[in-house]
Write a protein that binds this ligand. Structure first.
Ligand SMILES: Cc1cc2nc3c(=O)[nH]c(=O)nc-3n(C[C@H](O)[C@H](O)[C@H](O)COP(=O)(O)OP(=O)(O)OC[C@H]3O[C@@H](n4cnc5c(N)ncnc54)[C@H](O)[C@@H]3O)c2cc1C
Length: 489
């Protein structure tokens, strides 16, 4: 083997996966076809759950310190979501994807993992022991596992002939990064009776502190082929159709056409190859979810691959990546479908859709609906099945960032190991045979006992008799000789 894991694609998904593997102490090669990081403007928002997991890796503070990343405004189908409904939660942040990618690449390099650039994967073969990848520069890499994080047009997915069912794009809309005049109090989503619409989202500031905005616009006659360049006049015309003289374009920094294609890989695992991020699911960028979902794929997969390489992964741990993340991805595709319908993304001007939107907009003001939609969009609603444990309201959910005295739970998870919270100090003996994979913290924690996986999900919170089966299920066979591991990080 040249390496344990080859990660193809150094976008947010690939770099997050690589960071998880680094933490697990696994030899990793991260390759990308581009000569340098992409300058394309895409994601502008990082959701609460992603922020939490970045905190669980010690990356949140340095990320926020590295730039001006104000609290962002969540929305569902253009209907604003108030951050007040969940005061304990980290509110979403405006972090341009370019800035996040630069930050992650710098972080990986500082820990000795440099992206191998100018490496375009062109061929792939797997056998019982590993995967052989061939690059356009003639190099080959042999690895035990391969993670395809190579984006929506994934070469790996094509080479595998992996099923990618869904819908081809039927309409294009314009997405642009702009500076606008007269836009201070604009609603997130505005539309006219004849079907023209504009979405406006905050995108931080430029180097001179002036507000930047992400603009999306569409309407009758505005769906042009993807390769037709977007012009300033086109944007001015779209703004005028919706706002008249009130809002004007000051600067167009970047623009592209996006389609409403929606597809999801039928299987996320293909032997030793795993699809993650846009390689596994593509959809309209509504509500800031694509990059976030990809990064959550990576947080889910990374520690499991680490366990497999280090030899303690239980039999079906790697399969649980598909079992857990495929439904999460499908749920995102469904809510994007609902949003695009309510926003009349395709510009049908259907009065039935207008009536549904009006009703939904009123309902969305109800606190319970705000909470439900907020959970959905922030990634906090994702709940993984936790078989073989009794019912418990917290099982399968992200663990709250409890203050455990000397440290917060998120800080304890920075080791990349599991954490057993043992408030009564009664479980030391039970967890001892896993003490090289799971840390125990006790002493008056403000909660009942719970076991938290390295990705921050609660996998046991039941009665003591189900603790050891849960430890075995997620952390492998007990080792009577295990001694606690302290990994510096
Ligand atoms: C206008 C717009 C706005 C968006 N806004 C948001 C938002 O606010 N929030 C959000 O969460 N998401 C948003 N998204 C979606 C987000 O940009 C994507 O979901 C995200 O980029 C997916 O990350 P990824 O790492 O999976 O794939 P990518 O970012 O596409 O990275 C794939 C990488 O693989 C490399 N690669 C490709 N093929 C090969 C090969 N054969 N060999 C080697 N390397 C290869 C590429 O060079 C690239 O670096 C938006 C998208 C658009 C277009």
């Amino acid at each position: 083997m040249n390496t344990d894991v080859l990660v193809v694609g150094a976008g947010p998904t690939g770099m997050t996966t690589a960071n998880e593997l680094l933490l697990a102490g696994v030899a990793t090669v991260l390759a990308d076809k581009l000569p340098r990081g992409s300058a394309l403007s895409r994601a502008g928002g990082v959701q609460s759950r992603t922020l939490e997991v970045l905190d669980q890796r010690g990356l949140l503070e340095p990320l926020l310190a590295a730039g001006d990343h104000p609290v962002g405004a969540g929305h569902f189908a253009g209907i604003p979501l108030s951050p007040d409904f969940a005061p304990h939660r980290l509110p979403p942040r405006s972090v341009p994807q370019v800035a996040l990618e630069g930050f992650l690449e710098y972080h990986l390099a500082a820990h000795g993992l440099r992206v191998r650039r100018d490496h375009e994967l062109v061929a792939l073969a797997q056998d019982e022991d590993g995967v052989t990848a061939t690059f356009d520069n003639g190099r080959t890499v042999r690895s035990r596992y391969l993670v395809a994080a190579d984006g929506g047009h994934s070469t790996v997915r094509s080479l595998l002939k992996a099923e990618f069912p869904g819908r081809a794009g039927t309409v294009t809309t314009v997405a642009a990064d702009v500076r606008l005049g007269g836009a201070d109090d604009l609603a997130t989503h505005t539309r006219t009776a004849d079907g023209h619409w504009v979405g406006v989202f905050p995108l931080g500031t430029d180097g001179r502190g002036r507000p930047l905005r992400r603009l999306a616009m569409g309407g009758p006659g505005r769906s042009l082929p993807r390769d037709v360049p977007v012009t300033e006049d086109e944007i001015r015309d779209g703004l005028h159709a919706v706002f008249g003289e009130r809002v004007h374009l000051l600067e167009l920094r970047y623009a592209r056409r996006i389609t409403n294609a929606a597809r999801q890989a039928a299987r996320y695992r293909h032997g030793r190859v795993f699809l993650a991020g846009d390689a596994a699911h593509v959809h309209l960028p509504l509500g800031a979810q694509g990059m976030n979902t990809g990064m959550q794929d990576a947080f889910n997969l990374g520690w499991k691959l680490g366990a497999a390489v280090r030899g303690w992964a239980p039999e079906d741990l790697l399969d649980s990546y598909h079992t857990e993340r495929h439904p999460a991805g499908a749920a995102v595709l469904r809510n994007v479908q609902a949003q695009s319908l309510l926003m009349d993304w395709a510009g049908t001007c259907d009065p039935d859709v207008a009536a549904a939107r009006e009703l939904f907009t009123t309902m969305a003001q109800l606190p319970d609906v705000q909470r439900y939609l907020g959970d959905l969009m922030s990634g906090m609603a994702t709940r993984y099945p936790m078989p073989d444990t009794g019912p418990h309201p917290l099982l399968g959910l992200p663990a709250p960032d409890l203050d455990l005295g000397p440290a917060r739970l998120h800080e304890l998870l920075r080791s990349g190991r599991g954490v057993l919270i043992d408030p009564q100090d009664t479980l030391a003996g039970a967890v001892a045979p896993w003490s090289d994979r799971v840390d125990r913290t006790g002493g008056g924690a403000p909660t009942g006992p719970m076991l938290v996986r390295p990705d921050g999900y609660i996998c046991w919170a039941g009665t003591p008799d189900t603790l050891q089966p849960s430890l075995t299920r997620w952390f492998g066979a007990p080792d009577p000789t295990a001694t606690p591991t302290i990994r510096p990080r």
